[in-house]
Design a protein around this ligand. Structure first.
Ligand SMILES: [Zn+2]
Length: 556
Protein backbone atom coordinates (compact mmCIF):
# COMPACT_ATOMS: atom_id res chain seq x y z
CA UNK A 1 0.00 0.00 0.00
CA UNK A 2 1.51 3.28 -0.99
CA UNK A 3 0.88 6.41 1.01
CA UNK A 4 0.34 9.68 -0.71
CA UNK A 5 -0.51 13.14 0.42
CA UNK A 6 -3.30 14.60 -1.63
CA UNK A 7 -3.71 18.30 -2.00
CA UNK A 8 -7.18 19.71 -2.29
CA UNK A 9 -6.98 21.88 -5.39
CA UNK A 10 -9.52 24.32 -4.06
CA UNK A 11 -8.21 24.99 -0.60
CA UNK A 12 -4.82 23.29 -0.45
CA UNK A 13 -5.98 21.61 2.71
CA UNK A 14 -4.90 17.99 2.91
CA UNK A 15 -6.32 14.83 4.31
CA UNK A 16 -4.58 13.81 7.47
CA UNK A 17 -5.38 10.11 7.29
CA UNK A 18 -3.31 7.96 4.94
CA UNK A 19 -5.13 6.98 1.77
CA UNK A 20 -4.23 4.70 -1.04
CA UNK A 21 -4.37 6.07 -4.57
CA UNK A 22 -7.56 6.57 -6.53
CA UNK A 23 -9.49 3.54 -7.68
CA UNK A 24 -11.61 5.57 -10.11
CA UNK A 25 -10.94 8.75 -12.07
CA UNK A 26 -13.61 10.56 -14.07
CA UNK A 27 -12.21 12.75 -16.81
CA UNK A 28 -13.47 14.89 -19.69
CA UNK A 29 -16.42 15.97 -17.57
CA UNK A 30 -18.12 19.31 -17.02
CA UNK A 31 -18.13 19.14 -13.25
CA UNK A 32 -20.18 21.61 -11.26
CA UNK A 33 -18.94 21.04 -7.73
CA UNK A 34 -21.38 23.21 -5.69
CA UNK A 35 -18.24 24.39 -3.90
CA UNK A 36 -18.46 28.16 -4.34
CA UNK A 37 -14.70 28.54 -3.93
CA UNK A 38 -14.02 26.29 -6.93
CA UNK A 39 -17.28 25.65 -8.78
CA UNK A 40 -15.92 24.15 -12.01
CA UNK A 41 -13.68 21.17 -12.60
CA UNK A 42 -12.93 18.69 -15.37
CA UNK A 43 -11.82 15.59 -13.49
CA UNK A 44 -12.35 13.87 -10.17
CA UNK A 45 -10.48 11.05 -8.42
CA UNK A 46 -12.18 8.68 -5.99
CA UNK A 47 -10.54 6.17 -3.67
CA UNK A 48 -11.61 2.67 -2.64
CA UNK A 49 -13.71 3.97 0.23
CA UNK A 50 -15.74 6.04 -2.23
CA UNK A 51 -14.14 9.26 -1.00
CA UNK A 52 -13.08 12.06 -3.33
CA UNK A 53 -9.30 12.51 -3.18
CA UNK A 54 -8.90 15.11 -5.91
CA UNK A 55 -11.11 17.35 -8.01
CA UNK A 56 -9.95 19.99 -10.46
CA UNK A 57 -8.06 20.09 -13.76
CA UNK A 58 -7.35 16.79 -15.51
CA UNK A 59 -3.63 17.25 -15.11
CA UNK A 60 -3.77 17.89 -11.38
CA UNK A 61 -6.25 15.08 -10.73
CA UNK A 62 -4.22 12.55 -12.70
CA UNK A 63 -1.12 13.56 -10.80
CA UNK A 64 -2.90 12.96 -7.50
CA UNK A 65 -4.60 9.74 -8.58
CA UNK A 66 -1.67 7.41 -8.96
CA UNK A 67 -1.17 4.91 -11.75
CA UNK A 68 -3.61 2.10 -10.88
CA UNK A 69 -6.91 3.96 -11.12
CA UNK A 70 -9.61 2.99 -13.56
CA UNK A 71 -10.20 5.87 -15.98
CA UNK A 72 -13.68 6.76 -17.22
CA UNK A 73 -13.99 9.35 -19.99
CA UNK A 74 -17.36 11.03 -19.61
CA UNK A 75 -17.35 12.52 -23.10
CA UNK A 76 -18.05 16.08 -21.98
CA UNK A 77 -21.12 15.19 -19.93
CA UNK A 78 -22.08 17.12 -16.83
CA UNK A 79 -21.32 15.90 -13.28
CA UNK A 80 -23.16 17.18 -10.22
CA UNK A 81 -23.28 16.04 -6.60
CA UNK A 82 -26.06 13.43 -6.31
CA UNK A 83 -29.47 15.00 -5.71
CA UNK A 84 -30.77 14.91 -2.14
CA UNK A 85 -34.54 14.63 -1.96
CA UNK A 86 -35.45 15.64 1.57
CA UNK A 87 -39.17 14.93 1.39
CA UNK A 88 -40.70 12.04 -0.48
CA UNK A 89 -42.77 8.93 0.14
CA UNK A 90 -40.56 6.12 -1.05
CA UNK A 91 -42.30 3.04 0.34
CA UNK A 92 -45.79 4.45 -0.18
CA UNK A 93 -44.92 5.19 -3.80
CA UNK A 94 -43.94 1.57 -4.27
CA UNK A 95 -47.03 0.28 -2.46
CA UNK A 96 -49.32 2.55 -4.51
CA UNK A 97 -47.86 1.02 -7.65
CA UNK A 98 -49.09 -2.46 -6.70
CA UNK A 99 -52.53 -1.57 -5.35
CA UNK A 100 -55.51 -1.45 -7.74
CA UNK A 101 -55.05 1.72 -9.73
CA UNK A 102 -57.77 4.35 -9.98
CA UNK A 103 -57.84 7.49 -12.11
CA UNK A 104 -58.61 10.58 -9.98
CA UNK A 105 -61.05 12.14 -12.43
CA UNK A 106 -62.76 9.09 -13.91
CA UNK A 107 -66.53 9.11 -14.39
CA UNK A 108 -68.32 7.39 -11.50
CA UNK A 109 -69.29 4.36 -13.62
CA UNK A 110 -65.66 3.76 -14.56
CA UNK A 111 -64.55 4.13 -10.94
CA UNK A 112 -67.14 1.56 -9.82
CA UNK A 113 -66.10 -0.82 -12.60
CA UNK A 114 -62.53 -0.54 -11.29
CA UNK A 115 -63.77 -1.38 -7.77
CA UNK A 116 -65.43 -4.53 -9.13
CA UNK A 117 -62.26 -5.60 -10.92
CA UNK A 118 -60.24 -4.86 -7.79
CA UNK A 119 -62.58 -7.02 -5.70
CA UNK A 120 -61.95 -9.93 -8.07
CA UNK A 121 -58.19 -9.50 -8.25
CA UNK A 122 -57.60 -8.92 -4.52
CA UNK A 123 -56.35 -12.07 -2.84
CA UNK A 124 -56.23 -10.96 0.79
CA UNK A 125 -59.02 -10.05 3.15
CA UNK A 126 -58.85 -6.36 2.28
CA UNK A 127 -59.65 -4.91 -1.12
CA UNK A 128 -57.12 -2.13 -1.63
CA UNK A 129 -56.76 0.56 -4.24
CA UNK A 130 -55.40 4.05 -4.66
CA UNK A 131 -55.78 7.12 -6.83
CA UNK A 132 -59.38 8.34 -6.39
CA UNK A 133 -59.93 12.09 -5.92
CA UNK A 134 -62.17 12.49 -2.87
CA UNK A 135 -63.36 15.90 -4.09
CA UNK A 136 -64.39 14.42 -7.42
CA UNK A 137 -66.03 11.43 -5.76
CA UNK A 138 -68.11 13.68 -3.49
CA UNK A 139 -69.14 15.79 -6.46
CA UNK A 140 -70.58 12.64 -8.00
CA UNK A 141 -72.19 11.02 -4.95
CA UNK A 142 -73.74 12.09 -1.64
CA UNK A 143 -73.35 8.60 -0.20
CA UNK A 144 -70.15 6.98 -1.48
CA UNK A 145 -70.26 4.25 1.21
CA UNK A 146 -73.46 2.84 -0.29
CA UNK A 147 -71.76 2.50 -3.68
CA UNK A 148 -69.02 0.33 -2.16
CA UNK A 149 -71.39 -1.64 0.09
CA UNK A 150 -73.41 -2.70 -2.91
CA UNK A 151 -70.33 -4.12 -4.62
CA UNK A 152 -68.65 -5.45 -1.46
CA UNK A 153 -71.08 -6.03 1.42
CA UNK A 154 -68.70 -8.22 3.48
CA UNK A 155 -65.03 -7.70 2.66
CA UNK A 156 -63.40 -4.48 3.84
CA UNK A 157 -62.62 -2.09 0.98
CA UNK A 158 -60.17 0.81 1.27
CA UNK A 159 -59.40 3.07 -1.68
CA UNK A 160 -56.72 5.64 -0.90
CA UNK A 161 -56.88 9.05 -2.55
CA UNK A 162 -54.45 10.52 -5.06
CA UNK A 163 -52.76 12.93 -2.62
CA UNK A 164 -52.43 11.07 0.70
CA UNK A 165 -55.02 13.07 2.64
CA UNK A 166 -58.16 10.99 2.39
CA UNK A 167 -59.65 7.58 1.72
CA UNK A 168 -62.90 5.95 0.65
CA UNK A 169 -64.06 2.94 2.65
CA UNK A 170 -67.07 0.65 2.86
CA UNK A 171 -69.08 -0.28 5.96
CA UNK A 172 -67.06 -3.45 6.64
CA UNK A 173 -63.86 -1.34 6.78
CA UNK A 174 -65.52 1.34 8.93
CA UNK A 175 -66.66 -1.35 11.39
CA UNK A 176 -63.10 -2.69 11.71
CA UNK A 177 -61.87 0.77 12.67
CA UNK A 178 -64.80 1.29 15.06
CA UNK A 179 -65.80 4.35 13.05
CA UNK A 180 -69.40 3.14 12.79
CA UNK A 181 -69.78 3.52 16.57
CA UNK A 182 -67.89 6.78 16.90
CA UNK A 183 -69.67 10.05 17.47
CA UNK A 184 -67.88 13.01 15.94
CA UNK A 185 -64.31 12.82 14.69
CA UNK A 186 -61.29 10.80 15.88
CA UNK A 187 -58.20 12.80 17.00
CA UNK A 188 -56.52 14.38 13.96
CA UNK A 189 -59.12 13.13 11.49
CA UNK A 190 -62.47 13.86 9.92
CA UNK A 191 -65.24 11.35 9.21
CA UNK A 192 -67.62 12.82 6.68
CA UNK A 193 -71.27 11.99 7.30
CA UNK A 194 -74.56 11.74 5.43
CA UNK A 195 -77.51 14.02 6.22
CA UNK A 196 -78.59 11.33 8.70
CA UNK A 197 -75.28 11.50 10.56
CA UNK A 198 -73.89 8.13 9.39
CA UNK A 199 -70.35 7.90 7.95
CA UNK A 200 -70.61 8.54 4.21
CA UNK A 201 -67.52 6.46 3.40
CA UNK A 202 -65.03 9.32 2.99
CA UNK A 203 -62.53 9.94 5.77
CA UNK A 204 -59.97 12.73 5.72
CA UNK A 205 -56.53 13.37 7.16
CA UNK A 206 -55.49 11.14 10.08
CA UNK A 207 -58.82 9.26 10.08
CA UNK A 208 -57.45 7.23 7.15
CA UNK A 209 -54.37 6.12 9.10
CA UNK A 210 -56.20 3.73 11.38
CA UNK A 211 -57.75 2.10 8.32
CA UNK A 212 -54.35 1.89 6.65
CA UNK A 213 -52.79 0.30 9.72
CA UNK A 214 -55.60 -2.28 9.82
CA UNK A 215 -55.27 -2.99 6.09
CA UNK A 216 -51.46 -3.31 6.20
CA UNK A 217 -50.66 -4.96 9.54
CA UNK A 218 -47.03 -5.67 10.38
CA UNK A 219 -47.07 -9.31 9.20
CA UNK A 220 -44.20 -11.10 7.45
CA UNK A 221 -46.25 -11.08 4.23
CA UNK A 222 -46.81 -7.33 4.41
CA UNK A 223 -43.17 -6.73 5.24
CA UNK A 224 -42.21 -8.64 2.11
CA UNK A 225 -44.76 -6.62 0.19
CA UNK A 226 -43.35 -3.30 1.45
CA UNK A 227 -39.81 -4.50 0.83
CA UNK A 228 -40.42 -5.61 -2.74
CA UNK A 229 -42.31 -2.38 -3.45
CA UNK A 230 -39.42 -0.43 -2.02
CA UNK A 231 -36.76 -2.14 -4.15
CA UNK A 232 -38.61 -1.04 -7.28
CA UNK A 233 -38.80 2.56 -6.08
CA UNK A 234 -35.09 2.54 -5.22
CA UNK A 235 -34.40 1.84 -8.90
CA UNK A 236 -36.48 4.89 -9.78
CA UNK A 237 -34.42 6.99 -7.37
CA UNK A 238 -31.14 5.88 -8.91
CA UNK A 239 -32.48 6.52 -12.43
CA UNK A 240 -33.24 10.09 -11.37
CA UNK A 241 -29.80 10.79 -9.94
CA UNK A 242 -31.03 10.79 -6.33
CA UNK A 243 -28.43 9.60 -3.83
CA UNK A 244 -30.08 10.74 -0.59
CA UNK A 245 -33.71 10.61 0.46
CA UNK A 246 -35.76 11.43 3.46
CA UNK A 247 -38.76 9.10 3.40
CA UNK A 248 -41.51 11.21 4.91
CA UNK A 249 -44.07 8.38 5.04
CA UNK A 250 -42.78 6.58 8.11
CA UNK A 251 -45.70 4.23 8.68
CA UNK A 252 -43.87 2.22 11.32
CA UNK A 253 -46.91 0.11 12.37
CA UNK A 254 -46.92 -1.30 8.81
CA UNK A 255 -43.44 -2.82 8.93
CA UNK A 256 -41.83 -0.03 6.90
CA UNK A 257 -38.89 0.41 9.27
CA UNK A 258 -38.14 -3.30 8.96
CA UNK A 259 -38.26 -3.07 5.16
CA UNK A 260 -35.61 -0.34 5.23
CA UNK A 261 -33.46 -2.27 7.70
CA UNK A 262 -33.66 -5.33 5.50
CA UNK A 263 -32.57 -3.32 2.45
CA UNK A 264 -29.56 -2.12 4.44
CA UNK A 265 -28.72 -5.60 5.72
CA UNK A 266 -29.03 -7.14 2.25
CA UNK A 267 -26.86 -4.39 0.70
CA UNK A 268 -29.73 -3.24 -1.50
CA UNK A 269 -29.74 0.39 -0.37
CA UNK A 270 -28.77 2.61 -3.28
CA UNK A 271 -29.41 5.85 -1.37
CA UNK A 272 -28.55 7.39 1.95
CA UNK A 273 -31.77 7.62 3.91
CA UNK A 274 -32.54 9.94 6.77
CA UNK A 275 -36.10 8.88 7.34
CA UNK A 276 -39.09 10.06 9.29
CA UNK A 277 -41.45 8.22 11.60
CA UNK A 278 -45.12 9.23 11.43
CA UNK A 279 -46.53 10.62 14.67
CA UNK A 280 -50.12 9.42 15.16
CA UNK A 281 -52.42 11.93 16.90
CA UNK A 282 -54.87 9.15 17.84
CA UNK A 283 -52.43 6.86 19.70
CA UNK A 284 -51.86 7.00 23.47
CA UNK A 285 -49.00 9.47 24.10
CA UNK A 286 -46.72 7.42 26.38
CA UNK A 287 -47.11 4.23 24.37
CA UNK A 288 -46.28 6.01 21.12
CA UNK A 289 -43.28 7.85 22.59
CA UNK A 290 -41.85 4.55 23.84
CA UNK A 291 -42.24 3.00 20.37
CA UNK A 292 -40.72 5.99 18.58
CA UNK A 293 -37.83 6.14 21.00
CA UNK A 294 -37.10 2.47 20.36
CA UNK A 295 -37.13 3.05 16.59
CA UNK A 296 -34.93 6.19 16.67
CA UNK A 297 -31.51 5.80 15.09
CA UNK A 298 -28.91 8.38 14.09
CA UNK A 299 -25.57 6.78 13.29
CA UNK A 300 -23.85 9.20 10.91
CA UNK A 301 -21.75 6.35 9.50
CA UNK A 302 -24.78 4.31 8.46
CA UNK A 303 -26.63 4.75 5.17
CA UNK A 304 -29.87 4.44 7.13
CA UNK A 305 -31.14 6.66 9.92
CA UNK A 306 -34.59 7.13 11.44
CA UNK A 307 -34.01 10.53 12.99
CA UNK A 308 -36.97 12.62 11.86
CA UNK A 309 -40.43 12.87 13.38
CA UNK A 310 -43.08 13.53 10.76
CA UNK A 311 -45.71 15.71 12.33
CA UNK A 312 -48.74 16.75 10.35
CA UNK A 313 -49.85 20.15 11.57
CA UNK A 314 -52.66 20.57 9.05
CA UNK A 315 -54.08 19.14 5.83
CA UNK A 316 -54.17 20.66 2.35
CA UNK A 317 -55.66 23.86 0.96
CA UNK A 318 -57.68 22.15 -1.78
CA UNK A 319 -59.42 20.04 0.84
CA UNK A 320 -59.99 23.15 3.03
CA UNK A 321 -57.97 21.37 5.73
CA UNK A 322 -54.80 23.47 5.48
CA UNK A 323 -54.92 25.63 8.66
CA UNK A 324 -55.38 29.25 7.52
CA UNK A 325 -55.46 32.51 9.46
CA UNK A 326 -58.45 33.91 7.57
CA UNK A 327 -61.34 31.60 6.57
CA UNK A 328 -61.55 29.86 3.21
CA UNK A 329 -63.78 31.38 0.58
CA UNK A 330 -67.24 29.85 0.70
CA UNK A 331 -68.24 27.32 -1.93
CA UNK A 332 -65.35 25.41 -3.43
CA UNK A 333 -64.32 21.93 -2.29
CA UNK A 334 -65.45 19.58 0.47
CA UNK A 335 -67.72 21.00 3.17
CA UNK A 336 -66.56 19.51 6.48
CA UNK A 337 -67.37 22.49 8.68
CA UNK A 338 -63.82 23.67 9.50
CA UNK A 339 -63.86 27.25 8.18
CA UNK A 340 -60.17 27.97 8.98
CA UNK A 341 -58.86 24.51 8.18
CA UNK A 342 -57.94 21.60 10.38
CA UNK A 343 -55.35 20.75 13.04
CA UNK A 344 -54.03 17.23 13.56
CA UNK A 345 -52.88 18.05 17.09
CA UNK A 346 -55.24 20.30 19.03
CA UNK A 347 -55.24 21.81 22.52
CA UNK A 348 -51.51 22.06 23.12
CA UNK A 349 -50.74 18.56 21.84
CA UNK A 350 -48.49 19.89 19.06
CA UNK A 351 -46.09 21.48 21.56
CA UNK A 352 -46.28 18.49 23.86
CA UNK A 353 -45.31 16.05 21.12
CA UNK A 354 -42.70 18.41 19.64
CA UNK A 355 -40.93 18.88 22.97
CA UNK A 356 -40.93 15.18 23.80
CA UNK A 357 -39.77 14.11 20.33
CA UNK A 358 -36.98 16.69 20.15
CA UNK A 359 -35.85 15.61 23.63
CA UNK A 360 -35.49 12.04 22.32
CA UNK A 361 -33.28 13.48 19.55
CA UNK A 362 -35.66 13.65 16.60
CA UNK A 363 -35.42 16.40 14.03
CA UNK A 364 -38.91 17.83 13.74
CA UNK A 365 -40.33 17.55 10.23
CA UNK A 366 -43.67 19.35 10.01
CA UNK A 367 -46.21 19.09 7.23
CA UNK A 368 -47.76 22.56 6.87
CA UNK A 369 -49.70 24.09 4.00
CA UNK A 370 -51.65 26.98 5.57
CA UNK A 371 -50.33 30.18 7.15
CA UNK A 372 -51.91 29.31 10.48
CA UNK A 373 -50.32 25.87 10.28
CA UNK A 374 -46.89 27.44 9.64
CA UNK A 375 -47.30 29.70 12.67
CA UNK A 376 -48.37 26.79 14.89
CA UNK A 377 -45.29 24.81 13.80
CA UNK A 378 -42.93 27.75 14.39
CA UNK A 379 -44.46 28.22 17.84
CA UNK A 380 -43.95 24.52 18.58
CA UNK A 381 -40.30 24.69 17.46
CA UNK A 382 -39.74 27.74 19.66
CA UNK A 383 -40.92 25.63 22.59
CA UNK A 384 -38.87 22.54 21.65
CA UNK A 385 -35.32 21.32 22.08
CA UNK A 386 -33.12 22.95 19.39
CA UNK A 387 -30.26 20.43 19.79
CA UNK A 388 -31.38 17.85 17.19
CA UNK A 389 -32.19 20.63 14.68
CA UNK A 390 -32.36 22.22 12.25
CA UNK A 391 -36.06 21.49 12.39
CA UNK A 392 -38.08 22.15 9.26
CA UNK A 393 -41.41 22.99 7.74
CA UNK A 394 -42.30 21.31 4.48
CA UNK A 395 -44.80 22.36 1.75
CA UNK A 396 -45.40 25.97 2.96
CA UNK A 397 -48.05 27.02 0.46
CA UNK A 398 -49.01 30.01 2.61
CA UNK A 399 -46.83 31.77 5.15
CA UNK A 400 -47.83 35.03 6.80
CA UNK A 401 -45.27 37.78 6.14
CA UNK A 402 -44.95 38.38 9.89
CA UNK A 403 -43.54 34.86 10.20
CA UNK A 404 -40.86 35.18 7.47
CA UNK A 405 -38.09 36.39 9.86
CA UNK A 406 -38.86 33.63 12.37
CA UNK A 407 -37.31 30.99 10.10
CA UNK A 408 -33.88 32.60 10.47
CA UNK A 409 -34.41 33.43 14.15
CA UNK A 410 -35.29 29.83 14.98
CA UNK A 411 -32.92 28.26 12.41
CA UNK A 412 -35.86 26.58 10.70
CA UNK A 413 -35.42 25.10 7.22
CA UNK A 414 -38.03 25.97 4.57
CA UNK A 415 -38.62 22.87 2.43
CA UNK A 416 -40.60 23.54 -0.77
CA UNK A 417 -41.65 21.38 -3.69
CA UNK A 418 -42.48 24.14 -6.22
CA UNK A 419 -44.33 21.59 -8.31
CA UNK A 420 -44.52 22.03 -12.06
CA UNK A 421 -48.32 21.97 -11.55
CA UNK A 422 -48.05 25.13 -9.40
CA UNK A 423 -47.00 27.00 -12.58
CA UNK A 424 -50.19 26.02 -14.35
CA UNK A 425 -52.70 28.91 -14.82
CA UNK A 426 -55.50 26.39 -14.27
CA UNK A 427 -54.08 25.52 -10.86
CA UNK A 428 -53.79 29.22 -10.03
CA UNK A 429 -57.46 29.71 -10.88
CA UNK A 430 -58.45 26.58 -8.97
CA UNK A 431 -56.61 27.51 -5.77
CA UNK A 432 -57.98 31.08 -5.86
CA UNK A 433 -61.42 29.48 -5.49
CA UNK A 434 -60.29 28.47 -2.00
CA UNK A 435 -58.03 31.29 -0.81
CA UNK A 436 -58.66 34.25 -3.16
CA UNK A 437 -55.94 36.90 -3.35
CA UNK A 438 -53.74 35.05 -0.86
CA UNK A 439 -52.71 32.97 -3.88
CA UNK A 440 -50.59 35.97 -5.01
CA UNK A 441 -48.04 34.98 -2.35
CA UNK A 442 -48.17 31.21 -2.75
CA UNK A 443 -45.02 29.15 -2.00
CA UNK A 444 -42.80 32.10 -0.92
CA UNK A 445 -39.44 30.41 -1.53
CA UNK A 446 -37.57 33.53 -2.68
CA UNK A 447 -39.00 35.66 0.13
CA UNK A 448 -37.96 33.13 2.78
CA UNK A 449 -34.49 32.78 1.23
CA UNK A 450 -34.20 36.59 1.28
CA UNK A 451 -35.29 36.54 4.93
CA UNK A 452 -32.31 34.30 5.68
CA UNK A 453 -33.98 30.87 5.78
CA UNK A 454 -32.14 27.83 4.48
CA UNK A 455 -34.32 26.77 1.52
CA UNK A 456 -34.58 23.20 0.26
CA UNK A 457 -36.32 21.89 -2.87
CA UNK A 458 -37.75 18.37 -2.49
CA UNK A 459 -40.20 16.28 -4.51
CA UNK A 460 -43.05 14.95 -2.35
CA UNK A 461 -43.03 11.96 -4.74
CA UNK A 462 -45.36 10.18 -5.50
CA UNK A 463 -47.87 12.93 -4.68
CA UNK A 464 -45.83 15.09 -7.06
CA UNK A 465 -43.18 15.02 -9.79
CA UNK A 466 -39.98 13.20 -8.78
CA UNK A 467 -37.36 14.27 -11.34
CA UNK A 468 -35.00 16.84 -9.77
CA UNK A 469 -34.15 18.09 -13.27
CA UNK A 470 -37.81 18.74 -14.07
CA UNK A 471 -38.22 20.44 -10.70
CA UNK A 472 -35.15 22.62 -11.17
CA UNK A 473 -36.53 23.75 -14.52
CA UNK A 474 -39.98 24.39 -13.05
CA UNK A 475 -38.58 26.33 -10.10
CA UNK A 476 -36.56 28.56 -12.43
CA UNK A 477 -39.62 29.12 -14.62
CA UNK A 478 -41.55 30.70 -11.74
CA UNK A 479 -42.09 34.38 -12.45
CA UNK A 480 -42.15 35.21 -8.77
CA UNK A 481 -40.91 33.44 -5.66
CA UNK A 482 -38.49 31.26 -7.65
CA UNK A 483 -34.73 30.91 -7.22
CA UNK A 484 -32.68 33.83 -8.59
CA UNK A 485 -30.42 31.62 -10.71
CA UNK A 486 -29.52 28.03 -11.48
CA UNK A 487 -26.57 28.02 -9.09
CA UNK A 488 -28.99 28.69 -6.24
CA UNK A 489 -31.52 26.04 -7.21
CA UNK A 490 -28.79 23.42 -7.63
CA UNK A 491 -27.80 24.24 -4.03
CA UNK A 492 -31.44 23.82 -2.99
CA UNK A 493 -31.28 20.20 -4.27
CA UNK A 494 -27.76 19.27 -3.09
CA UNK A 495 -25.85 21.08 -0.34
CA UNK A 496 -28.88 22.66 1.35
CA UNK A 497 -30.67 19.35 1.94
CA UNK A 498 -27.30 17.96 3.06
CA UNK A 499 -27.20 20.74 5.67
CA UNK A 500 -30.78 19.97 6.68
CA UNK A 501 -29.94 16.27 7.07
CA UNK A 502 -26.68 17.10 8.85
CA UNK A 503 -24.48 15.33 6.32
CA UNK A 504 -22.97 18.38 4.61
CA UNK A 505 -19.49 17.54 5.93
CA UNK A 506 -19.53 14.32 3.90
CA UNK A 507 -21.97 14.98 1.01
CA UNK A 508 -23.79 17.72 -0.91
CA UNK A 509 -20.85 19.03 -2.92
CA UNK A 510 -17.88 17.53 -4.75
CA UNK A 511 -14.89 18.34 -2.57
CA UNK A 512 -11.88 16.45 -1.33
CA UNK A 513 -12.79 14.35 1.70
CA UNK A 514 -16.49 14.03 0.80
CA UNK A 515 -18.17 10.90 -0.52
CA UNK A 516 -18.42 10.52 -4.28
CA UNK A 517 -22.23 10.61 -4.44
CA UNK A 518 -22.50 11.74 -8.04
CA UNK A 519 -24.94 12.17 -10.89
CA UNK A 520 -23.84 12.24 -14.54
CA UNK A 521 -26.17 14.23 -16.80
CA UNK A 522 -26.22 14.27 -20.61
CA UNK A 523 -25.86 18.05 -20.92
CA UNK A 524 -24.63 21.03 -18.93
CA UNK A 525 -27.85 22.31 -17.36
CA UNK A 526 -26.18 25.59 -16.42
CA UNK A 527 -25.76 26.33 -20.13
CA UNK A 528 -29.15 25.37 -21.61
CA UNK A 529 -32.41 27.38 -21.76
CA UNK A 530 -34.62 27.01 -18.68
CA UNK A 531 -37.33 25.28 -20.72
CA UNK A 532 -34.79 22.60 -21.71
CA UNK A 533 -33.47 21.76 -18.23
CA UNK A 534 -36.26 19.26 -17.63
CA UNK A 535 -35.35 17.50 -20.88
CA UNK A 536 -31.85 16.71 -19.63
CA UNK A 537 -31.31 13.01 -18.90
CA UNK A 538 -29.54 11.28 -16.07
CA UNK A 539 -26.86 9.05 -17.61
CA UNK A 540 -25.43 7.46 -14.46
CA UNK A 541 -25.60 7.68 -10.68
CA UNK A 542 -22.85 6.78 -8.21
CA UNK A 543 -23.16 6.25 -4.48
CA UNK A 544 -19.79 6.33 -2.71
CA UNK A 545 -18.19 5.94 -6.11
CA UNK A 546 -20.15 2.78 -6.95
CA UNK A 547 -22.53 2.88 -9.91
CA UNK A 548 -26.14 2.36 -8.77
CA UNK A 549 -27.50 3.39 -12.17
CA UNK A 550 -25.46 2.92 -15.31
CA UNK A 551 -27.57 1.71 -18.24
CA UNK A 552 -24.89 2.71 -20.77
CA UNK A 553 -22.24 0.69 -18.95
CA UNK A 554 -19.91 3.69 -18.61
CA UNK A 555 -18.47 2.32 -15.38
CA UNK A 556 -18.26 -1.37 -16.37
ZN1 LIG B 1 -45.32 14.48 1.63
Amino acid sequence: MKLIVVFCLATLAFLTQPVIGASLVLTNAKIYTVNRAAPRAEAIAIDERGVIIAVGSKKAVLAAAGADAKMVDLGGRMVLPGFQDAHMHLIEAGVNEVLCEFEPFDELDDTLATVEECLKSSKGEWVLGSGVSMTNLLDESDDPIALLDEIAPDRPVLILDDIGHGAWANSAAMRKAGYDRLEGNPPGGIILRTAKGKPNGVVLENAQQKLRNLAFPDTPANEDFAYEAMLETLKTMAANGITTVSDAGGFWPQGHVKAWQRALAEHKLTVRASNALYVYPDMPFDEQMAKLKALYSNDPDSLLRFNQAKIYVDGILEQRTGAVLAPYRPGAGIDHGFARGFEYFADGALERYSKALSDIGFQLHYHVTGDRGARLALDAIAASNPAPGPHRLTHLYLVDKADYPRFKELGVVADFQLAPSSLDPEYDKFIRGFIGKRADRLLPAASLAAAGALVVLSSDFDADELSPLVKIGAALARRKEGPPDIRTVIEWTTINPARLLKQDKTTGSLEVGKFADIVVIDRDITKVAVKDIGKAKVVATLLKGDPVYDPKGLFK
